[in-house]
Each structure stands twice: as structure tokens, then as C-alpha cells.
Write a protein that binds this ligand. Structure first.
Ligand code: DC
Length: 218
């Protein structure tokens, strides 16, 4: 029997992570945070001081990296045996991930690592190209977005809560630049899969978004 997949794609900060994690829990399914795979590679590259323009070297690091995911209540990620969870959410890691993600060769190497998450009884997959490229045969697809201002405000609040200094207009600019890069790249750009349910979460609570998605599945 085909293993069911629910894909949730959209720009950064739309709430995909929170919504996907809660949905996976409700459904009793596995969870793939595909952005964390690109982020893990970014951490590995920065640690090894690899020139990001040297595609062959970036691909070598991508092929060699050993990732371990523990998707319990809190996601724990190990890269080559080292716990990198605390670094995953850093702004420079997200921006570096977005830069290397534009390379088709890099995406090709990371494709299988993402598809390996598809296990019984089902998978909730969150990213940019889950419904278009990684799991095109998924029966349930969602495109979750929000205005860039709302997304920057949410990020600002998260950072402040962690005691990290942040600047709202700088965050908005960063988000818009990342959107541009993720949407305009030639390979697997961020776009809505055909047949996907479009949700704009700008003025919605997390619970309302989850209720909307669950209607699709039932
Ligand atoms: O979802 P995120 O912010 O953790 O993702 C970080 C970057 O990784 C994002 O800006 C683009 C890249 N990415 C991607 O290209 N494809 C995915 N499926 C997930 C992330």
C-alpha cells in the first residue's frame, strides 16, 4: 500500500514547521523538516570553511554527511555524530542554506535523503518543493503562506523571546530577499503544486490552520 504523504510547502516563516509538527503528532505520522537538511549542510560547509561557489566541493560534503534525526517532542539533529540542533535556527545558517539550495547538483544529492523519510504509517513533509519535486505523488498538498511583514513580526517575536537582539525592518528585508532567491531559482523553485490547498495564515491562528488542513485529509 502506498505510504500517505501530506506536503506543506511555503516561504520561510509562514508557520509550516509548527503546523507540520502538530499535524504529524495528531495523525501519528513521521515528520520531515526538509529545511533542516539544507541547514545541516550549511553548518557542515561553514565549519569546513568551504567556498560556497565551489559546487564540486559542496556536493562532496553533501554526499559524505551523515545525518541523524530524532523527531521526538523536540527535533534533535546530529551531523557526523555532533549535535547541531542549537545552530539550526540561526539566521546566517538559513541564508547560507538558501544560497546552496539554488544548486541543482546539491538538490539532487539531498533528494534521496528526504524521500527516505517516507515510512508507514505516513509522513508530513515540510519545505519548498515537497509537493512539486520530492513527493509529487502525495495525495494531500498544502501551500501555506503569509505576508512578509507578518512573517518578519513572528520571527522578531521568536528571537526576542529567546533574548536575541533583532531589528524588524532588517528581518523583513532578509525574508523578502530569501523569498526572491527561493522563488526565482531555476531548479525546484518555491511554487504551489497543482491541486494544493492554498492557505494564507497572515490573520489565522495555528489552530485554525490545522483545522483547515485536517478537513482536507478527512
Ligand atoms: O524552511 P527553512 O527556512 O528551514 O529552509 C532553509 C532554506 O533551505 C530555504 O531558504 C531554502 C532551502 N530549502 C529548499 O530549498 N527546499 C526545501 N524543501 C527546504 C528548504
Amino acid at each position: 500500500m502506498a505510504i500517505p504523504v501530506l506536503t506543506i510547502d511555503g516561504p520561510s516563516g509562514a508557520g509550516k514547521g509548527t503546523v507540520s509538527r502538530l499535524l504529524a503528532k495528531k495523525l501519528g505520522w513521521h515528520y520531515l523538516d526538509s529545511g533542516s537538511i539544507y541547514r545541516s549542510l550549511a553548518i557542515g560547509l561553514l565549519k569546513k570553511s568551504v567556498d560556497l561557489n565551489n559546487v564540486a566541493e559542496v556536493v562532496n560534503v553533501a554526499k559524505a554527511m551523515v545525518l541523524e534525526f530524532d523527531c521526538g517532542d523536540e527535533l534533535v539533529v546530529k551531523l557526523d555524530g555532533e549535535d547541531i540542533t542549537a545552530q539550526l535556527g540561526l539566521e546566517n545558517i538559513g541564508n547560507t542554506a538558501s544560497i546552496i539550495a539554488a544548486q541543482p547538483e546539491v538538490r539532487r544529492v539531498l533528494l534521496q535523503k528526504q524521500q527516505d523519510f517516507r515510512r508507514q504509517p505516513g509522513l508530513v513533509a515540510d519545505g519548498r518543493d515537497m509537493g512539486t519535486v520530492v513527493f509529487p505523488d502525495a495525495e494531500n498538498k498544502v501551500f501555506l503562506t503569509a505576508s512578509s511583514i507578518k512573517r518578519a513580526e513572528r520571527r522578531y517575536k521568536q528571537l526576542k523571546e529567546k533574548g536575541i537582539d533583532a531589528n524588524l525592518s532588517r528581518l523583513t528585508e532578509d525574508i523578502e530577499e530569501r523569498d526572491r532567491r527561493d522563488t526565482e531559482r531555476a531548479t525546484a523553485p518555491l511554487s504551489m503544486a497543482s491541486g494544493a490547498l492554498f492557505i494564507d495564515s497572515s490573520d489565522m491562528t495555528i489552530d485554525a490552520v490545522i483545522a483547515e488542513v485536517l478537513k482536507l485529509i478527512r
